[in-house]
Write a protein that binds this ligand. Structure first.
Ligand SMILES: [Zn+2]
Length: 62
């Protein structure tokens, strides 16, 4: 399987895979992981927050 979280593939992503993580608020961090809120909203989150508990994700307001 191709690596989708490192290397040149990142450069083809919007903003090169970087942005502000909605969960922890880190800026210019790589947002390569998806979290789904209980209401079904998909969020792109950083590596740290890919392991965040569901209740923490649900507190995010977009
Ligand atoms: Zn984060």
């Amino acid at each position: 399987m191709a690596k989708t979280k490192r290397g040149r593939v990142l450069w083809s992503l919007p903003s090169r895979g970087r942005g502000t993580c909605p969960v922890c608020g880190s800026t210019r961090i790589k947002l390569l992981y998806s979290q789904t809120k209980t209401d079904g909203t998909m969020l792109k989150v950083c590596k740290k927050c890919s392991k965040a508990v569901q209740s923490r994700v649900d507190q995010v307001t977009v």
